[in-house]
Design a protein around this ligand. Structure first.
Ligand code: F3S
Length: 410
């Protein structure tokens, strides 16, 4: 097996000269690099750590983090966290149990000891942590990875929790996969020939493309650049990542590396697959898995909602009271902005909630008593039945808000 080139400092870290916590982190980074054939390490400018919810970590995960922190592991680059298992400030009102809250807080304390900011959002790029074009980063969270690689042009592989944390502790990641130019070229050319208008359309499109592409890099043609914005692109990438583990996509005339794609597509003599998407029906049908029309929860904000989305929801609700629980998940900074703009008060006057720091997939939803859900998120609908164990309807924002008001899907 080829040996990676390490600098003197990196070798010293690996040999434990900077302590056990750093040795362990370097061992993980080097092991990943060796498995994937990296020749050296790349410095990272930012790390996003996933695997934060106590629901997923359990006691074993908590102990692992505590031990690493006690061994002196500290991050050396700005590092943020994915959603936790509860709203850190409002967990009691939302019905989370004190036992769960105590364990979740212990997880966050371990991360804090390591120097990590408890942002607890899957949209760090909405709250001041947007990497720049060409930056090497190490991100967990599939939707954020797709956004960072595709829309921002930063470079990250799909990091698991320990891999990302290790990269933060040593400030480096192994240079393989999407850190290399040759792996960022398209594998598929996708011509979209149907209207793609609102977030759920982008989610349905993402589902369809992800299924066909599976681990590839799609180059999408035919999309209206004017319709491509933060909300649509985060919905698209999240759904593609869910259905097909897509970590990078390009859109003609929109994403920063798309201009290289045409040339590559012309030069590729084989191995570049092409297909056409004529309709989003397949995506809507596959993501609608509910067996009941009664709805007890409507979930908007997967990936976490932007201020614009919250404003649109307040406008569409227009003061109407909801019968079902309405949860809009968002970063706590976005919730605070919504409060400052009077949007939180409007949502709450309708009976809805802006829930921070968590999401339905990583929260202990079963314990909160929800059994049927409606969402406009392709990723949320993809994982709702399996991970949140709720019957799931998938549709437009308008349909979801109507369902919230009526308590049933129409
Ligand atoms: Fe974010 Fe949770 Fe969706 S982490 S992308 S809101 S499943």
């Amino acid at each position: 097996m080829p040996v990676m080139r390490l600098t003197d400092e990196e070798r010293a870290m690996l040999q434990g000269a900077q302590g056990e916590g750093i040795r362990k982190a370097m061992e993980i980074v080097v092991a990943l690099g060796t498995i994937y054939g990296a020749q050296d390490l790349a410095p990272v400018s930012h790390v996003q750590v996933s695997g934060v919810s106590y629901k997923n970590l359990g006691d074993a995960g908590l102990e692992f983090l505590r031990e690493w922190a006690a061994q002196g592991a500290r991050v050396r680059v700005p590092t943020t966290l994915n959603p936790a298992g509860m709203d850190l400030r409002h967990w009691q009102e939302l019905g989370f149990s004190p036992d769960f809250a105590a364990q979740q807080q212990a997880v966050l304390d371990a991360f804090t000891t390591m120097g990590i900011e408890t942002t607890c959002t899957c949209t760090p790029y909405l709250v001041g942590y947007a990497p720049r074009l060409g930056d090497h980063i190490a991100w967990g969270e599939s939707s954020a990875i797709a956004y960072a690689n595709s829309v921002l042009g930063a470079r990250t592989n799909r990091e698991g929790g320990p891999g990302a944390l290790a990269a933060a502790i040593v400030g480096r990641t192994a240079r393989y996969g999407l850190h290399l130019d040759e792996n960022r070229v398209p594998t598929h050319v996708v011509s979209v020939r149907c209207p793609v208008r609102e977030a759920s359309d982008w989610g349905a499109l993402g589902y369809v493309v992800g299924k066909r592409v599976a681990n590839g890099v799609p180059y999408l043609l035919g999309l209206d650049p004017a319709a491509c914005n933060v909300v649509s692109l985060k919905a698209l990438g999240a759904a593609m990542a869910a259905s097909g583990a897509v970590a990078l996509y390009h859109i003609k005339g929109v994403t920063p590396e798309a201009s290289n794609c045409k040339l590559h597509a012309e030069r590729a003599t084989r191995g570049l697959h092409e297909f056409v998407v004529e309709s989003l029906d397949e995506g809507y049908a596959a993501l609608n898995k509910a067996g009941t029309d009664s709805i007890d929860l409507v979930w908007i904000g997967c990936p976490h909602a932007s201020l614009d989305e919250i404003e649109l929801i307040a406008e569409k609700l227009d003061g109407r009271r909801v019968r079902a629980a309405l949860w809009i998940t968002a970063a706590h900074q976005v919730r605070d902005e919504a409060e400052a703009h009077g949007l939180l008060a409007r949502i709450e006057a309708s009976g809805g909630r802006i829930v921070s720091d968590t999401c339905l997939v990583v929260a202990p939803v079963e314990a909160l008593g929800f059994t049927s859900m409606a969402t406009n998120s392709g990723k949320g609908a993809f994982y709702g039945p399996s991970l949140a164990r709720v019957a799931t309807h998938f549709g437009s924002l308008e349909q979801c808000l109507e369902a919230a008001v009526r308590g049933e899907w129409q």
